[in-house]
Design a binder for this molecule. Sequence first.
Ligand code: ZN
Length: 132
Amino acid sequence: MVKKVDHIGIAVKDLATTLKIYETLGLKALETEVVEDQKVKVAFLPVGDSEVELLESTAPDGPIAKYIERNGEGIQHIAFRVENLEQRLAELKEKGVRLIDEKPRRGAGGANIAFLHPKSTFGVLIELCERD
Ligand code: ZN
């Protein structure tokens, strides 16, 4: 069902400052994008066949701001690439997995995404991600 690690999401306070350390590692952001409904500004940095996603909150009450308040900056989620996301979600629900998103929604980079509830995955926030 899972094709690969699509990306690893990292919560940061300041995208521009954080990008510098990744650039020092030789990674480059393709572009930054604001996802209004999630109140985040994101940058994707390709790493071989996967990517690093840096997420900076655009509002004090956004999910990333709240995450940083509780946990500090750092790895926030892992995203797995799947096909037929809507069908996968239905299967997981049937197996009793708690879902944050019961239906796919639009994520950064035009992907369809859905999050599983970390209570069902032993503390790891897992995003499923489908790209054309
Ligand atoms: Zn993500």
